[in-house]
Design a protein around this ligand. Structure first.
Ligand code: NAP
Length: 274
């Protein structure tokens, strides 16, 4: 079982979840999620945009695990913000997931000129109890500051790209000061930057008899960051939740943070065009 962190409204969220971006809405995905649930995962991160909410819902239902024991995050897509169809999008996500509430509903990207309006609707949804927590994704400090103009509820979570080449110290400090939990998307930089071959990560992994992936996830954990690594492989799924039986030293944390290059795999939230 993964350990949990309490969000700013008291809702408990598992520190490690399974990210399901780029997994198809099919039986194979359902099987991967069922396996993950069987090995102890209790947190799934999906989005309307991933187009696999049905597979997520089916896996949870067929797992036999009570709904209240699984933490489900989904996200509203940019087009719904632009078209003013956020309420409908939320209903569609619930229907596809086959549930009457989500644990966390996120604004996927800060669509300029729209995200404040979206947040007001998120607060309405939250007040109905059908999203146990609401938050944002890909928000920089200035977006969060702007949100304060309209918000009566502080986002519980900000899900951002974060890995050893993009350590996001400034945004992490800002979120911590404001009671917003940071969640790392692409914690392995989607396997595009060869992080697993970084010498310092390999050395630390050998010392702790853990894999480079586990070292990265533990580095996140000790920085207070929730993680949602994606894997479709049984061995790697098991590895990614097994990070609670060892501890990195402050020096090791600093050595990993020193790999920072401010390098992104995804879009910069100030310059996205989707
Ligand atoms: N909010 C947003 O805008 C946003 C954007 C992107 C992603 N996300 C979320 O973040 C989640 C994770 O990000 P991601 O899917 O982009 O990439 P990621 O989790 O950084 O990396 C996934 C890649 O690493 C491999 N991998 C997983 N565990 C491993 C291990 N223990 N050892 C070696 N390789 C391993 C996977 O391959 P195998 O599957 O073969 O193991 C896959 O190729 C997404 O699924 C999604 O839920 C959110």
């Amino acid at each position: 079982m993964t350990e949990k962190v309490k969000l700013n409204n008291g809702v408990e969220m598992p520190w490690v979840g399974l990210g399901v971006f780029r997994m198809d809405n099919d039986d194979d995905t359902q099987i991967v999620i069922e396996k993950a649930l069987a090995m102890g995962y209790r947190h799934i991160d999906t989005a309307a945009y991933y187009d696999n909410e049905e597979a997520v819902g089916k896996a949870i239902q067929s797992s036999g695990i009570p709904r209240k024991e699984v933490f489900i995050t989904t996200k509203v897509w940019n087009e719904d913000q632009r078209q003013g169809t956020v309420r409908q999008a939320f209903e569609d996500s619930l229907r596809k997931l086959g549930t009457d509430y989500v644990d966390l509903y996120l604004i996927h990207w800060p669509v300029p000129g729209k995200f404040k309006e979206t947040w007001k609707i998120f607060e309405e949804i939250y007040n109905t109890g059908r999203a146990k927590a609401i938050g944002v994704s890909n928000f920089k400090k200035h977006h969060l500051e702007e949100l304060k103009d309209v918000s009566t509820i502080t986002p519980a979570v900000n899900q951002i790209e974060l890995h050893p080449y993009l350590v996001q110290q400034e945004d992490l400090d800002y979120c911590n000061e404001n009671g917003i939990r940071v969640e790392a998307w692409s914690p392995f930089a989607a396997n595009k930057f060869n992080l697993f071959n970084e010498k310092i990560i390999i050395d630390i992994a050998e010392k702790h008899e853990k894999s480079p992936a586990q070292i990265i996830l533990r580095w996140d954990h000790q920085r207070g960051v929730v993680v949602i690594p994606k894997s479709s492989n049984e061995k790697r799924l098991a590895e990614n939740i097994d990070i609670f039986d060892f501890k990195l030293s402050d020096e090791e944390i600093a050595q990993i943070s020193a790999l920072n290059r401010n390098k992104r795999v995804g879009s910069d939230p100030d310059h996205f065009d989707f």
